[in-house]
Structure formats: structure tokens, C-alpha cells
Design a binder for this molecule. Structure first.
Ligand code: FEO
Length: 164
């Protein structure tokens, strides 16, 4: 059985994962409308992954005797000014999610809820992987510069292939 505090923080995380999914979907749609096929595919796939994260939290909460609440999600930004802005904002968002996951770990340890601590470790690893992959993309963007976007857009899907 989850404590009330744990139930609340896990439900907040459902909401954060749902927002991440919508945010990446908004980025995918913007890139799609701009004709950036590779970048939009990358963000569509990210949006799916975040939805899977949200579902993992929902299933876990319900499995532990809680009630997972499906959240109302704030509208993400519609317009972005550059590719660099997309990835900088993604990294910032992932860092925020990592901090939120760490808060859950911290509460699990405080409460001696070792089941949740054990379960949440998958997300600890996942966050490291996500931050590393977005940082690698930003590094590549910095090397290529703005005038090589065609190459970047073509290469980004194979970068995803290497991560998984
Ligand atoms: Fe589910 Fe990328 O945080």
C-alpha cells in the first residue's frame, strides 16, 4: 500500500510524463510543418515514449492499491524559433524530470518503501539515457551549425538507432 504522500507524488509524475508527451508532440508537429522529416520523426517517437512512461506510472499506482488520476494537460508551446531551441528545451525538460524522479527516490527511501525504490530505478537509468542522448544531439548540432540542417535532419534518425 502506498502512503498518501507517495500516492500524490506518483500522480504528479503521471501529469509530468503526460505533459512531456504533449510537449514532444508539439515539437514534432512544428518540425513536421517546417518540412523537417527526420527531426519530426524523432520527436514523434519521443512523444510515444513519454506516453509509455505515463502508463507505467498509472499501472504501478493502481497495482499498489492507489488510484491513478488521468490529468488535464496544459497546452504546450505552438511555435519554436529554431532546431537548437527544440533540443535545448528538451534537455532542460529532461533535467527537470530527472529532478522529479530523484524526489520520488528520496521519498521512497525516507518512507522505507523499498518496493517503490526498486521499481523507480528503471526511470533513474532511463533519465540518464535520455539526457545523454539529447546532449549528444546538441553537441552534433553545435558542430554542424545552422547551414547544415539538411545533413542533421537526415542523420538524426540513425542517431536514435544507435541509442536503442
Ligand atoms: Fe519520461 Fe523523458 O521523461
Amino acid at each position: 500500500m502506498l502512503s498518501e504522500k507517495m500516492l500524490n507524488i506518483l500522480n504528479e509524475q503521471v501529469s509530468k510524463e503526460a505533459y512531456a508527451s504533449q510537449l514532444y508532440l508539439a515539437m514534432a508537429s512544428w518540425a513536421d510543418a517546417e518540412g523537417l522529416e527526420g527531426i519530426s520523426s524523432w520527436f514523434y517517437a519521443q512523444a510515444e515514449e513519454e506516453r509509455v512512461h505515463m502508463l507505467k506510472f498509472i499501472h504501478y499506482i493502481n497495482e499498489r492499491g492507489g488510484h491513478a488520476i488521468v490529468p488535464l494537460v496544459e497546452q504546450p508551446p505552438k511555435e519554436f524559433t529554431s532546431i537548437k531551441e527544440l533540443f535545448d528545451a528538451s534537455l532542460e525538460h529532461e533535467q527537470m524530470v530527472t529532478a522529479a524522479i530523484n524526489e520520488i527516490v528520496s521519498l521512497a527511501l525516507d518512507e522505507k518503501d523499498y518496493t517503490t525504490n526498486n521499481w523507480i530505478q528503471w526511470f533513474v537509468d532511463e533519465q540518464l539515457e535520455e539526457e545523454t542522448s539529447v546532449q549528444a544531439i546538441i553537441d552534433k548540432l553545435n558542430i554542424l551549425g545552422d547551414h547544415n540542417l539538411y545533413i542533421f535532419d537526415r542523420d538524426i534518425m540513425s542517431m536514435r538507432g544507435q541509442e536503442k
